[in-house]
Ligand binder design. Structure first.
Ligand SMILES: Nc1nc2c(ncn2[C@@H]2O[C@H](COP(=O)(O)OP(=O)(O)OP(=O)(O)O)[C@@H](O)[C@H]2O)c(=O)[nH]1
Ligand SMILES: [Mg+2]
Length: 439
């Protein structure tokens, strides 16, 4: 494979930047970039990096010998000052010695093709990078560092051993050997149940990502944008005393200790005598339906909106917040939490109420593995093939047994696809195209 390089850190001014280079033959080019004849592997050097007589930077360098490298190929990494001029100097030098620019995910794809990792582990690399909280990290790591692959391989082995018995029954039953009996059915049922439990311990990336959406709703001018800014810790939304200031939904992310949330500020609904403004209600409804937690923000005298809000949110996860307690007394009988976005009073309690809402939902221990939708679909196909095999075994004639063997083969083949023993080029494209450059 050709020698490729990529900037593994963001292309922006920073303390340091890291470049990766991989491909057989890349070590030969080191002498064109460094004034040194040879390098030991896995050692950290600090050396001047120059190209065509021009010094680019004094950089850190580690040289890896394949297969003991991330990609399994000969490779090296350069740690330079994170200036844009330095980065472009290094890029020119790499191009000058004939290296190609890597595409997104190319290093991990090479690691997969060189049998350093399985396909599901490669997918877990991007999940780990996308993780914004400790739960995502733990679940991705269980997949990335082999626990999921070894479960899959062990299930595949069990399916094979059942299939061997079924095929032996088909091939040799008329010679008097009995390979099929009740114990085979029991074995298959046990396997199905254990696989079902295993699938239950997996959460798909889609479901995991869709958690933790918080939306702020309430009447105009109640201080939603001020509460939003206070929760974020900076002035993200415009605040003013003109009712109706926020027109469009504004979103941002917040991190509290181990959790992260997506939080949205919305346009307030208007209280006109007796009725709440129709358009505001429509907007709030769709936002409410799309969120995992609704924060209703009110002033003490917003009782009509408050009652309306409670009806709107019935059956959903919500917190009623009284804002502006620097102006009014706190009514902690009616409201779950009292705050002042102006002074910051009450925000400690509001944050712990928010965290409590999510921690009550899915506990870290409920799931062990974060998986992609692709893997989830394959796992469900395995379950359905195993189920069909169990049903087929009750027939026990050769015709039925052949179908059972076929079902078991299908189940096994899906597991092969999970770890990437079987794959198509288009699948590799789908898996790796979503990766960042340099990974
Ligand atoms: N005294 C006091 N004033 C506040 C507090 N929170 C917000 N305000 C003021 O209330 C007014 C409205 O605040 P916003 O945050 O813009 O309210 P909003 O609910 O986002 O308003 P709309 O976007 O118009 O629906 C502004 O003048 C804020 O300075 C608070 O806790 N105490
Ligand atoms: Mg606002």
């Amino acid at each position: 494979m050709s020698v490729v390089f990529a900037l593994a850190t963001p292309p922006a001014k920073s303390a340091i930047c890291v470049f990766r280079v991989s491909g057989d033959g890349c070590h030969q080019s080191l002498k064109k970039l460094f004034n040194k004849k040879s390098f030991s592997f896995n050692r950290f050097y600090v050396e001047p990096f120059s190209f065509e007589g021009r010094l680019v930077d004094r950089v850190g360098l580690v040289v890896f010998k394949g297969p003991k490298s991330y990609t399994g190929e000969d490779s090296f990494e350069v740690y330079a000052h994170g200036g844009l001029g330095v980065m472009s100097g290094i890029v020119s030098a790499f191009k000058g010695v004939g290296f190609d620019e890597a595409v997104g995910g190319e290093f991990t794809k090479r690691a997969f093709l060189n049998n350093k990792i399985t396909l599901n582990e490669a997918e877990a690399v991007s999940d780990l990078i996308d993780s914004t909280d400790s739960r995502g990290v733990v679940l991705s790591n269980n997949n990335l560092f082999g626990a999921l692959s070894s479960s899959v391989v062990s299930f595949a082995g069990e399916i094979d051993s059942v299939r061997v018995r079924v095929e032996a029954e088909i091939d040799f039953s008329d010679e008097g050997n009995d390979y099929y009996d009740e114990s085979l059915v029991a074995e298959l049922k046990g396997l199905y149940e254990r696989f079902d439990l295993f699938v239950g311990a997996c959460v798909s990336k889609k479901n995991n990502d869709e958690k933790n959406n918080i939306v702020l709703v309430g009447p105009v001018n109640s201080g939603k944008s001020s509460v939003f800014n206070r929760l974020l810790g900076y002035e993200r939304a415009i605040v003013s005393d003109v009712p109706g200031t926020t027109r469009d939904m504004i979103g941002s992310e917040i991190f509290y200790e181990i959790n992260s949330f997506k939080i949205f500020d919305t346009a307030g609904f208007r209280e006109t005598p007796g009725v709440l403004e129709k358009k505001g209600i429509d907007i709030s409804m769709s936002e409410i339906n799309n969120s995992d937690l609704i924060l209703g923000v009110f002033e003490k005298n917003n009782m009509e909106s408050f009652n309306f809000f409670k009806d709107l949110c019935s059956g959903k996860n919500y917190i009623c917040v009284q804002n502006k307690i620097d102006l009014d007394d706190c009514d902690d009988i009616v409201f779950d939490c009292c705050v002042s976005a102006k002074t910051g009073e009450g925000f400690g309690r509001l944050k712990s109420l928010i965290e409590g809402c999510f921690n009550e939902g899915v506990k870290e221990s409920d799931y062990r593995f974060l998986i992609k939708e692709r893997q989830e679909k394959l796992f469900y196909s395995v379950l359905s093939s195993l189920k069909s095999a169990i049903e087929g075994l009750s027939g026990s004639t050769d015709v039925f047994l052949e179908l059972v063997a076929e079902d078991l083969k299908d189940a096994r083949s899906c597991l092969d696809e999970v770890v990437g023993i079987k794959y198509s080029d288009s699948l590799l494209g789908e898996v790796f195209n979503s990766f960042c450059i340099g990974k």
